[in-house]
Write a new protein. Structure first.
Length: 601
């Protein structure tokens, strides 16, 4: 930490604000600090030049709210905000986690951009607003114009459900739809941009929209999109430094620790952030699909990444393992197969999702052969190969120029075919130290260490969910943080599946980690999981929460995370003397205060 570190006693900043500024300054070069100083001077000058609130003309601001789990919804919201400002509109972009509910009744123009999490649930940052909007306290919105854009994945049954729910509810509250809702699949960039243009045109065409100012409005610092040097279109080629197995001999699991070099990238990250990997499909699976379709692998095609062979396009650019309803629909249009066509009926959605589970595109082709498909038609029905995301397992402060991952190799058998996780087996089987893999980093601002290093931490991370907590502890060790920390870890067997055992036990011995509770589910007659360990330590867990502890969960979203949430509510009810309803409100307040954070998948 620099010698002139700020705190609440030597500045007008809060503890959290001072901590954020200190971390930023620590990460900047001398030139960057000089630039920032000039930038802030300009911001202050611009603010001073603005008319006083009483002198400002009446305005109809555009409020753009986003509920984001992976950052995509935030990116679209900020894209809309930039383009609205460029047109001279008064716009602001706000995270739903930070939005004040009382402001809703004052909104004249409202846009919501939201992801959908899990089985049709709102993303964690949007959950509180979702509940408020669907509750009895939601205001009537007869003077409000609105629009909704949903982001989702059509391989899930409740595709874009949260966006649909917001759209229906705003209409029910009396708001007027400014533009039709758009439901975007994972290839969302182009349709989202077209929707933004349509929305802004619709807004500009209304007589009650104030005329644009003489000059475009300036982005305020809090609304400025974060500059990103590398992204999906321009990834960094990171050298693989190490790939080491973490499981002992005899374990049915395959978990690997990977270390990638960031040398020369100029990248920084914080504990809790995400690494995005651009993988490639296995060549054997590409060949099998082409054989089944009778297509020439060497045929030249135009992919979204440019001209190349059909084989290369299927290997590098398109999803061939995830089977989705739109792919089935496009394929069914080219064959005579009444059974698959009937399955696409809206009322049979559940049956269709059951059919898709465990099947890849090749299964559809083999079950219903004879489709009239040439290479362009095949590529036209497929989605782009999506980045795969991994919680970062290292602190950049402790590992300069490196980033670490904890990866479980996914292998299984379905419909008599061996399956391989696209990204996990790409990393674990096909990549050797010295090879380079395309990556970029994503900020995860909803999974952050507290600014105060004395704040207690409770971390729940079974399996590979332990990855970000390794990063948390590395960071705290580097900073000399004095706050207590408690880790709950689970996996099948102690002898073979205790990931990072030596590191955690060493941290425990040296006091970096205060407590460690483990649940090895297959080592006892009765299966024990992390949620049972939490309940067993319920009294102490509750005391830690009352002492200000932050509670973190990382891992499986389908079962583990809901079970841990239920256990937490039960702990508060039993040891805090609360009713079930009051205990649920207690836990929700932890989330509102950002003391309960989840990174689940």
């Amino acid at each position: 930490m620099h010698s002139n570190a700020l705190d609440a006693t030597n500045s007008p900043l809060t503890v959290e604000q001072a901590g954020a500024v200190n971390r930023l300054i620590e990460a900047l070069s001398a030139d960057q600090r000089t630039w920032l100083s000039g930038y802030l001077t300009g911001v202050n000058a611009a603010a001073s030049a603005q008319p006083a609130p009483s002198q400002a003309p009446a305005a109809h601001p555009l409020t753009i709210l986003y509920g984001s789990e992976t950052g995509n919804a935030e990116g679209v919201a900020r894209q809309l905000g930039e383009q609205a400002l460029a047109r001279g509109l008064d716009a602001r972009v706000v995270d739903l986690a930070d939005y004040k509910h009382k402001e809703l009744r004052q909104e004249a123009r409202l846009v919501i951009v939201t992801a959908t999490h899990g089985e049709g649930e709102p993303p964690d940052p949007a959950a509180d607003f979702y509940e408020f909007l669907h509750g009895r306290k939601a205001p009537k919105l007869k003077e409000c114009l609105f629009a909704v854009l949903g982001l989702g994945d059509s391989s899930y049954e409740f595709f874009c459900q949260t966006g649909q729910d917001f759209d229906r509810r705003l209409e029910a509250l009396g708001a007027e739809r400014l533009s039709p809702r758009l439901d975007c699949d994972v290839d969302y960039e182009e349709p989202a941009q077209a929707w933004i243009t349509q929305l802004l045109d619709a807004l500009a065409s209304r007589s009650d929209t104030p005329a644009p100012g003489a000059e475009p409005a300036a982005l305020t610092p809090q609304d400025s999109p974060q500059a990103t040097r590398y992204d999906r279109q321009h990834p960094f080629l990171a050298e693989v430094l190490e790939c080491q197995g973490l499981n002992g001999r005899g374990s049915p699991k395959e978990t690997y620790h990977l270390e990638l070099s960031l040398e020369g990238a100029g990248l920084d990250y914080q504990p809790g952030d995400i690494l995005c990997l651009l993988p490639r499909n296995r060549e054997a699976e590409v060949s099998a699909l082409l054989d089944a379709l009778g297509l020439d692998p060497e045929e030249r095609v135009e992919s979204h990444s440019g001209g190349r062979s059909l084989f290369e396009a299927l290997r590098d650019d398109y999803e061939i393992t995830t089977l989705t309803p739109p792919v089935v629909e496009a394929y069914a249009a080219r064959i005579e197969a009444p059974a698959i066509g009937e399955l696409l009926a809206k009322e049979r959605r559940g049956e269709l999702m059951d059919y898709l589970y465990g099947r890849h595109l090749i299964d559809l082709v083999l079950e219903y052969p004879g489709a009239n498909l040439d290479a362009p038609a095949l590529l036209g029905m497929l989605r782009k190969l999506q980045p795969r995301e991994y919680s970062i397992a290292s602190s950049h402060l402790a590992n300069p120029e490196e980033v670490h991952l904890t990866v479980a190799a996914v292998r299984y058998t379905s419909f008599e075919r061996e399956r391989h996780g696209v990204a996990s087996t790409y990393l674990c089987d096909l990549i050797e130290p010295g090879d380079r893999v395309p990556i970029y980093l994503r900020t995860n601002k909803h999974f952050r260490l507290p600014d105060n290093p004395e704040t207690p931490l409770i971390m729940v991370g079974p399996g590979t969910g332990v990855a970000p907590f390794r990063a948390f502890l590395q960071q705290r060790e580097e900073l000399g943080a004095s706050g207590p920390s408690w880790l709950f870890f689970g996996n099948p067997h102690f002898r073979t599946d205790f990931l990072y055992q030596t590191e955690f036990q060493d941290w425990l011995k040296r006091g970096v980690l205060s407590r460690l509770d483990v649940a090895f589910s297959r080592d006892e007659a009765e299966k024990i999981y992390v949620q049972q360990r939490l309940r067993e330590r319920g009294g102490e867990v509750y005391r830690w929460l009352e002492d200000g502890a932050h509670f973190y969960v990382c891992g499986d979203a389908e079962r583990m995370a809901p079970d841990v949430n239920d256990a937490l509510i039960e702990i508060v009810r039993e040891h805090g003397g609360h009713s079930k309803e009051a205990a649920t409100d207690y836990v929700k307040q932890l989330q509102r205060d950002k003391r309960y954070q989840r990174d689940v998948y």
